[in-house]
Design a protein. Structure first.
Ligand code: 3PG
Ligand code: MG
Length: 409
């Protein structure tokens, strides 16, 4: 795992700490519908307050494209943020740089918290502009990055800023990286990857990387249809990327070469249309009627993957295994989530899951708290599973190295 400084390595007493958070949470009609990212940020804020820091929270929200847009204001996040930290006051600055931000920050006492307006109201954020990063740096003495879920973005508040102030990882960033490292960098074997989702085309890099890392790869979701089709199975009207057949065959060949066992569905739940409670039945994957589509994995497949999970010591999971938003096609995903939860709780499995749909499926099943670790990240989790360097993590590691070299002198 990349080495970086943590909150334990920095002295923040009386200092202005610029805390990069990811408050890009789902909001409907001004109300936060899932506060997970806010709640997972609180240990860092609380630790900083306890140490007597002045905490200045900054985040992006949505994609306002470099212009102020009230629809993307972070102001509605003041109350939920305050609630998550025990009702403490959160002062809002209506701009993230300049006189207004400086005024709000200058008025902070140790232990107080400010929230800056959306970073993406300035073009410099997404452009990773050094002048925008300098304008942010003027507001703080120390930089703490707790936005793992935005670490795949080389933006000013994530990349450039980390080099302008003493930088450290927050507790959520640390926890995310520790979990991911335990799952793939130095895992207890055997390792099983459970990968679902609609398309092989969007997960080619992920599958290639994972095949090189894990002992067993179990695939579900519509992407399994493409692999089945590539191997000559007729799959009726199922969602399938026929033009990806060559890529799919290459992946399967690569898995054979690397001794990675691939589990594809043996049976499937099929229906004539994707609609709630539509008539459905379970068939073997080589017996899918011409006018039907595969919408979930069947019970034999669930049993097969469950048996592999029993053998595994580590699991990394990304992607639902069926059309989980539409009952009853959530059953395969829920059955495996329960199995994973049970093995994890029995101390037999270290389980790490991430990605927007996966996290939603686990939450819907009420099982989020039963896994070893559920990431707050969507895109960043995927890019990490593709083996890519995340700019946010790289920046923290680079700044830590500068210090270590300095220390050695
Ligand atoms: C996310 O929700 O995935 C992160 O906050 C990053 O947001 P973005 O995809 O708009 O960059
Ligand atoms: Mg995203």
């Amino acid at each position: 795992m990349a080495k970086f400084r943590t909150l334990d390595d920095i002295d923040v007493r009386g200092k202005r700490v610029l805390l990069r958070a990811d408050l890009n949470v789902p909001v409907k009609g001004g109300v936060v519908t899932d506060a997970t990212r806010i709640e997972r940020l609180t240990p860092t804020i609380e630790a900083l307050i306890k140490k007597g820091a002045k905490v200045i929270v900054m985040s992006h929200f949505g994609r306002p494209d470099g212009r102020p847009d009230p629809a993307y204001s972070l102001k509605p996040l003041v109350a939920p943020l305050s609630k998550a930290i025990g009702g403490r006051e959160v002062v809002f600055a209506s701009d993230c740089i300049g006189e207004e931000a400086k005024r709000v920050v200058a008025a902070l006492h140790p232990g107080q918290i400010a929230l800056l307006e959306n970073l993406r109201f300035h073009k410099g954020e997404e452009e990773n502009s050094s002048s925008f990063a300098r304008a942010l740096a003027e507001l703080g003495d120390i930089y703490v990055d707790d936005a793992f879920s935005a670490a795949h973005r080389a933006h000013a508040s994530i990349a450039a800023l980390a080099h302008l102030l003493p930088a450290a990882a927050g507790k959520l960033m640390e926890a995310e990286l520790a979990a991911l490292s335990a799952a793939l960098e130095s895992p207890v074997r055997p390792v099983l990857a459970l990968v679902g989702g609609a398309k092989v085309s969007t997960k080619l890099d992920l599958l290639r990387f994972v095949i090189g890392k894990v002992d067993v790869l179990a695939i579900g979701g519509a992407m399994a249809n493409t692999l089945l089709f590539a191997e000559g199975t007729e799959i009726g009207r199922s969602l399938c990327e026929r033009d990806m057949a060559d890529n799919a065959r290459r992946l399967l060949a690569m898995a054979r070469e690397r001794n990675c066992r691939v589990i594809l569905p043996e049976d499937a739940v099929v229906a004539a249309e994707l609609a709630p409670k539509t008539t459905n039945r379970t068939v073997a994957v080589d017996a899918v009627p011409d006018d039907m589509m595969i919408l979930d994995i069947g019970p034999k497949t669930v049993a097969g993957i469950s048996a592999a999970l029993e053998e595994a010591r580590t699991l990394v999971w990304n992607g639902p295994l069926g059309a989980f938003e539409t009952a009853p096609f959530d059953q395969g995903t829920v059955a495996l989530a329960k199995k994973v939860a049970q093995l994890t709780q029995a101390g037999k499995l270290l389980s790490v899951a991430g990605g927007g749909d996966t996290v939603a499926a686990l939450a819907a099943a009420g099982l989020t708290g039963e896994l070893s670790y559920v990431s707050t990240a969507g895109g960043a989790f995927l890019e990490w599973l593709e083996g890519r360097e995340l700019p946010g993590v790289a920046a923290l590691a680079a700044t830590a190295q500068i210090t270590r070299t300095g220390d050695a002198r």
